[in-house]
Design a binder for this molecule. Structure first.
Ligand SMILES: [Zn+2]
Length: 519
């Protein structure tokens, strides 16, 4: 019944007369064919996607996280099961599904790491505030004497400590002790490896101690990486103050880190290609499927993934003019790794066939705004405009929100999500964003409701990003926006930034196959 409803919608779109979007593609046409627009989609009256089905995908993501240590982060079983879920549903709906594997550096801390002085005077230090396990730290739980290694205390005026940079620094080191070394001169990996070689049971690298502005300040908790292989013993970075305290002669400490690291772990993007439409005119929608290690990522980005997935499932049985392609990216949270890998692997020809990319990353934040990526830089903030056509995509979403009576605002193309690699190769892009850790202003609260002075998503990148962290109304409105954009661009003769295709589009209508998926 739902598939039929969507088919009915598309049939209505096909016969709808041209409705012009303000200042967009229709003005560029000399002899306009009936064009598909938001208004013609909206005139059908019901949203082309059912929010209860979107919610069911979110429940699946929540279940998967719960069964796998509360996370769906890249490189974990929670991610792999999320990818299996999405790929399975898409295959069943008739898509050609590719699982594109790539390597990425994986590291996570399991549980709460511990650093405490046992003597003189017991005192425990707070993770994140006082100390941070270094990326690629090994695991271990040790209590031992702390042995300072060639420290410069008080610190020199300018950075320059060579603590732990030479094997000679460890000449008198007692095997089994915890090495206390100071930031400076050589890399953290060098210090950690020399300490390990000298028999250290753990390594504490404290910040060097110089006051300064921003990155020049060397007093805060040292959050570093050991490069691209894991150490055998636990290694943490600390504030200068913690280092200074532990340098007190006779100090003993407990250091405990449980971590999992693999610099060459594999993960995958899930890419689904529609059998319908002109393969030279690809309309691509994407969302990242991975969460951060700290939580299940139901809003970030179960929400975008669920709505894109449901849009794909609804559209799967229906022929379109243009080719629909849906992407579920891996390892976004580690720096857009999946989308970067995908775009880098495209041949120039494949790249040219992608006519636009729509990105959906966090679409149901509990204290939401309806944000549209500012494709034309009309807000004049942050990054500049997107590639030609991005402004038209922004206008399509503006028209959608207006048609459903909702306010909206621009949100800068900051480069913080998977549209980044597409923009970088000049593919028009757009999408929606309901807000992350930023704070809602009083003006926004007046326009969108919700609470001023509070984060758009209070559970951003935390364990509490669960099903309870979803605003159902934003989810419904934005799921409708995504399905509408897919319907419009799948049927449009003129795509953003371009002109009409000269040849009449071919459609692969296969009635038997259609019946098979109309379950
Ligand atoms: Zn995200």
């Amino acid at each position: 019944m739902r598939v039929r409803a969507y088919q009915g919608l598309l049939a209505a779109i096909t016969t709808a007369s041209a409705v012009t979007l303000p200042g967009t593609q229709a003005t560029a046409v000399t002899s306009p064919a009936p064009e598909v627009t938001v208004a013609s989609v909206a005139s059908v009256g019901s949203p082309p996607v059912d929010v209860l089905s979107v919610k069911r995908h979110l429940e699946a993501f929540q279940r998967i996280a719960a069964a796998n240590g509360g996370t769906r982060a890249a490189g974990t079983r929670g991610y792999d099961e999320s990818a299996d879920y999405v790929a399975g549903r898409l295959r069943a709906a008739g898509y050609r599904v590719t699982e594109q594997e790539f390597e990425f550096p994986f590291f996570r801390v399991i549980g709460t790491p511990k650093l405490a002085r046992v003597s003189p005077g017991a005192r425990s230090y707070a993770p994140q505030t006082d100390f941070v396990p270094m990326a690629y730290s090994g695991s271990g739980n040790v209590t031992a004497a702390v042995q300072p290694v060639d420290l410069v205390l008080p610190p020199s005026a300018a950075p320059g400590s060579t603590s732990g940079c030479e094997a000679a620094d460890f000449a008198g080191f007692v095997r089994g002790n915890i090495a206390l070394v100071q930031r400076g001169t050589c890399g953290f990996r060098v210090k950690a490896e020399l300490a390990e070689a000298a028999g250290a049971s753990g390594v504490i690298i404290f910040n060097e101690g110089q006051a300064g502005e921003g990155a020049a300040d060397r007093r805060g908790p040292l959050n570093g990486s050991l490069g691209d292989t894991t150490t055998r013993v636990p290694v943490v970075g600390t504030t200068f103050a913690v280092g200074q305290e532990l340098a007190t002669p006779g100090s003993r400490a407990t250091l405990s880190v449980t971590a999992e690291g693999d610099p060459h772990r594999k993960t995958r993007n899930v890419i689904a290609e529609s059998p319908w439409g002109d393969s030279r005119r690809v309309v691509m929608l994407g969302s990242h499927l991975d969460s951060v290690p700290a939580g299940p990522g139901v809003n970030d980005n179960g929400s975008g993934s669920a709505a894109v997935l449901e849009t794909a499932l609804r559209a799967g049985g229906t022929p379109t003019r243009n080719r629909l392609r849906f992407a579920f990216w891996g390892a976004e949270e580690l720096g857009l790794l999946g989308s970067q890998h995908y775009v880098a692997a495209l041949s120039p020809g494949e790249r040219a066939r992608i006519r636009l990319y729509l990105n959906f990353d966090m679409i149901a934040s509990p204290n939401f705004v309806y944000g549209i990526y500012d494709g034309d830089d009309s807000d004049h903030t942050g990054a500049g405009a997107g590639p030609a056509g991005s402004g038209e995509i922004e206008k399509l979403f503006e028209t959608y929100y207006a048609s459903v009576g909702q306010p909206y605002k621009g949100t800068d193309f900051t480069g913080r999500s998977d549209y980044g690699p597409f923009i970088a190769v000049d593919i028009p892009a757009g999408g929606l964003f309901t807000g992350a850790e930023g704070i809602k202003t009083a003006e926004e609260a007046a326009t969108f409701g919700g609470e001023a002075g509070v984060a758009y998503d209070r559970c951003y990148h935390q364990a509490c990003d669960t099903l309870a962290n979803i605003d159902d109304r934003a989810l419904a409105v934005n799921s409708g926006a995504i399905a509408t954009a897919a319907a419009v661009y799948a049927r449009s003769q003129i795509l953003p930034g371009g002109t009409a295709s000269a040849a009449p589009s071919r459609m692969n209508v296969a009635p038997a196959w259609r019946d098979a998926v109309s379950r």
